[in-house]
Write a new protein. Structure first.
Length: 466
């Protein structure tokens, strides 16, 4: 390539470089931009100590605490049925409901009384016979002594030849006959004690038969064992029944029970919380420790409400309004439901019919009702949404509006609410209820109060009161 050609190729490149240099000399310098840290918006609520009563609830069906079945004890026809012995009727303790086989039982009683009287008569006859035999034996013994003396005198006369041998033999036979009489009476007397003892046993046997017949007469009357409501009637007047036949059933009205299923975790937590109430109420520090399943078994003792300070009530929501009956925890079911892992808590309501009035309906068997269990109120408790706690910590907005983490340990959780012990968080601590991204410590935040959530938490303490 010639130098001219090379120059033609090089000239455009030199010209372009000159233009770029000139533009750089004339253009102004670029401005420096100062970057600002962006605030991440988050929702929060303020920690406010409140008076809170921990409560859990479950549902169950009302059932009578006592159920009694009327069973025939005597075979025979039914000759009396009480007008109150109808389904739904009320009966009092001791009231006669039914009478069965009364005529046959009465005849059996009279027969047993006759047998007893006959046995007594035979015993008296034996006693009189013994007295007569003793008197006869005394006479026969005297006769034996006379016969023995006569024979001795006759023998002396026979030795002198005054009397014949035939007279001696006759008197000897008379003596032997008299001895036989005495021996017979003595044998009779020896047998009489055994005969009298046997007859006394016959009298005792007849007396037992009389008592049994008397019991059968009493058993013809079927009486109510307690104040009750008739649940079932299976017989009618003049119907023949055999011993052991079921004739109806009664439901006791003194107490009603509701077997409600509650979360095992919540039940254990509530039981443990009730036992630790003293320390929590005073605001002292409290180490709850593990919730052992055995702790809940202490509820099953008599007087559980006094023992663990738990209270209960049965609630019925109707179109007419809300009705409540005070109750007590009677016992705990013997096992945990294998499917729901719920535990049965049986509560008892006293006088479920007597508490009713114009404004309160009776608590009838079969009613599906809610059971509310509560521990004593805690002063200064802090309520949080359960979802705000993650891995034992909550996100908070610090004084510089930056994200921080604080450890927390709820003492009770239920229905999406977590309860912290008094003093667990400082008052007005801002707890983050939303999920910032990224959730890292020190993140600058734009906190905004969650009015709706704060309002619902403010209503929770009042709503938990029984």
């Amino acid at each position: 390539m010639s130098w001219g050609s090379r120059l033609m190729l090089l000239l455009p490149a030199l010209l372009g470089g000159a233009l770029i240099w000139q533009a750089a000399q004339v253009a102004p310098a670029p401005e420096r931009v100062q970057l600002e840290e962006r605030r991440v918006p988050v929702a929060y609520i303020s920690a406010a100590p409140v008076r809170f009563r921990p409560q859990i609830s479950g549902f169950g069906t009302v059932a009578p605490a006592k159920v009694w079945t009327a069973v025939a004890q005597v075979t025979g026809p039914i000759d009396y049925v009480s007008p109150a012995f109808v389904r739904g009727g009320f009966v009092r303790a001791g009231e006669v409901l039914l009478r069965t086989g009364a005529e046959d039982a009465q005849l059996a009683l009279e027969s047993a009384e006759a047998d007893l009287a006959n046995a007594h008569a035979q015993l008296e006859e034996m006693a009189a016979s013994r007295h007569t035999t003793l008197s006869a034996l005394s006479i026969e013994r005297e006769s034996l002594e006379l016969a023995d003396a006569d024979l001795a005198r006759t023998l002396r006369l026979a030795e002198r030849g005054v009397v014949s041998d035939s007279i001696v033999q006759t008197q000897h036979r008379d003596l032997l006959a008299q001895r036989a009489k005495v021996q017979s009476l003595e044998a009779t007397l020896q047998l009489l004690p055994a005969q009298i003892a046997a007859q006394e046993q016959m009298v005792a046997k007849a007396r037992v038969a009389r008592q049994s017949a008397g019991l059968d007469v009493a058993r013809t009357l079927i009486r109510a064992p307690f104040d009750a409501r008739v649940a079932r009637v299976d017989v009618e007047i003049s119907q023949f029944v055999t011993a052991g036949a079921v004739m109806g059933s009664l439901d006791g009205i003194a107490f009603a029970e509701v077997d409600t299923q509650v979360s095992q975790r919540e039940a254990l937590s509530l039981d443990h919380l009730a036992k630790a109430f003293g320390g929590l109420a005073s605001g002292a520090s409290h180490d709850a420790g593990p919730l052992e399943p055995a702790a809940l078994q202490r509820i099953s003792a008599q007087g559980p409400a006094e023992a663990v300070a738990l209270t209960a009530q049965v609630v019925l929501e109707t179109e007419r309004g809300r009705f409540a009956w005070p109750a007590e925890i009677a016992r705990i079911s013997d096992s945990v439901d294998p499917e729901t892992r719920a535990i049965g808590v049986i509560v008892r309501v006293a006088n479920p019919y007597g508490q009713s009035g114009p404004a309160q309906p009776p608590l009838i068997k079969g009613t599906f009702a809610r059971v509310e269990l509560a521990a004593p109120s805690i002063e200064g408790a802090i309520l949080l949404p359960r979802a705000a706690i993650k891995n034992g910590r909550v996100m908070v907005v610090d004084a510089r509006d930056r994200l921080d983490w604080l450890p927390v340990a709820p003492i009770f959780t239920s229905d999406g609410i977590a309860v912290l012990a008094p003093g667990a968080l400082a008052p007005e601590t801002r707890i983050i209820t939303s999920q910032p991204s990224p959730a890292i410590k020190g993140l600058l935040l734009d906190p905004q109060l969650d009015q709706r959530l704060a309002g619902s938490l403010a209503e929770a303490p009042a709503g938990s009161e029984l």
